[in-house]
Design a protein around this ligand. Structure first.
Ligand SMILES: C[S@@+](CC[C@H](N)C(=O)[O-])C[C@H]1O[C@@H](n2cnc3c(N)ncnc32)[C@H](O)[C@@H]1O
Length: 242
């Protein structure tokens, strides 16, 4: 019995994501809660519009965001190394115009040189340091003038940052400083988006905190905010233009 699946052998940079990989239903609630405010998508569109363009969602997970681009972009390509998530994304994309989901990873993008106008990586792969190979691969597939937009946490602002701080071994300010420096050294622009996760039900909020944070940290936050159905959430977007 082989110890690695074909996908692990093919995409050695693939890291299983326990939040979405272990709990796709709860992660769907998280994406829907983020989508409700719409601030992140608006900022991504302002940085690199996709109307009439070829857009790649790198590490697309279950394909939640593909439907936001379909119809407006000329072509939407979801890339996902995890076979179980990829199957869900393919199902989500089945009825979407001009949309396909393919096997690949940040360091192994199955596209020709200059084949993409916009590449998104939403909480996928780009957790520097150690991500130069993926950045080189993205720059290979971007056409001149094309743009990579990476969505990461703002480790310094909002309830979500408080939760990150309570969960982290390393002080979040140190993480933030090293992540900022990594991108700055590679010519990236940095954009802050202050938003929220807003849930229809407190049980949904509790489910999402449960997949993102240790049980004790999530429980403590919920105790301190007995009526909350939302958390303030700061995002940092890094963009690199080819
Ligand atoms: C937290 S999830 C985010 C999924 C999706 N971007 C979203 O926002 O709904 C991280 C995703 O990155 C994928 N991933 C892990 N390693 C990767 C790699 N080396 N290249 C591209 N994606 C990767 C995971 O399989 C997972 O789908």
């Amino acid at each position: 019995m082989p110890l690695v699946t074909d996908d692990r052998a093919q995409f050695p940079d693939w890291r299983f994501a326990p939040n979405i990989g272990g709990h796709p239903d709860s992660y769907e609630l998280e994406n829907a809660a983020l989508d409700r405010a719409g601030h992140v998508l608006t900022a991504m569109r302002a940085i690199a519009p996709w109307a009439g363009r070829t857009i790649v969602d790198l590490g697309c997970g279950t394909g939640y965001w593909l439907r936001r681009y379909a119809g407006e972009a000329a072509e939407v390509i979801g890339i996902e190394p995890d076979p179980a998530l990829r199957a869900m994304a393919a199902q989500a994309a089945a009825d979407l115009p001009g949309t396909e989901v393919v096997a690949g990873s940040a360091e192994h993008i199955p596209l020709p040189d200059t084949g993409a106008d916009v590449v998104h990586a939403r909480f996928a792969y780009f957790f520097p340091p150690g991500t130069d190979a993926g950045l080189a691969e993205v720059l290979r597939v971007l056409r001149p003038g094309g743009c990579l937009v990476v969505v990461d946490n703002d480790y310094r602002w909002g309830d979500f940052a408080w939760l990150l701080r309570a969960s982290a071994v390393r002080p979040p300010e140190q993480t933030a400083a090293s992540v900022d420096a990594w991108w700055r050294d590679r010519g990236a622009a940095r954009h802050e988006v202050r938003s929220e996760l807003r849930f229809a039900r407190r049980a949904d909020l509790a489910a999402v905190l449960g997949i993102e944070f240790p049980a004790g940290v999530a429980a403590a936050w919920l105790r301190r905010h007995p009526a909350a159905t939302s958390v303030s959430y700061g995002y940092v977007l890094f963009s690199v233009r080819r």
